[in-house]
Design a protein around this ligand. Structure first.
Ligand code: FMN
Length: 111
């Protein structure tokens, strides 16, 4: 059977997304996935600028299975802006979403 691998990339300013990414990483390992957790800062040239290059063909990411989890706050006018933009772009490039985009909200009762 092919080895199941997961890469968890996070962007975090105050640590919430990093903690969440590390929790996902620990859970993935419990599920016997080979998993790496990395900060987006360590690969921003490869990732963000590359992804938004206008000349990328539509099917470029057809081999990619992905999920986007945004951690935002609905009191801001641009609620989860980056997560929505990223999800839309990955779809445009042919990525296969494992889940609908998930938009976490600090204003929710559960935080
Ligand atoms: C200065 C500041 C600006 C923020 N701007 C936004 C925003 O534009 N949209 C949004 O959805 N959340 C916004 N948030 C909420 C954060 O995205 C949210 O608290 C998140 O959980 C923080 O994750 P982090 O600890 O990994 O940086 C902002 C928070 C701060 C402190």
């Amino acid at each position: 059977m092919a080895e199941r691998r997961l890469l968890v990339l996070f962007g975090s300013q105050t640590g919430t997304a990093q903690d969440t990414a590390e929790r996902i990483g620990r859970e993935a390992k419990r599920q016997h996935l080979r998993c790496r957790v990395e900060a987006l800062d360590s690969c921003d040239v490869m990732f963000w600028r590359f992804l938004f290059r206008k000349n990328l063909p539509a099917g470029s990411l057809c081999q990619l299975d992905y999920a986007v989890l945004g951690l935002g706050d609905s009191s801001y006018p641009k609620f989860n802006f980056v997560a929505k933009k990223l999800h839309k772009r990955l779809l445009q490039l042919g990525g296969n979403p494992l889940l609908p985009v998930a938009l976490g909200d600090d204003q929710h009762d559960l935080g």
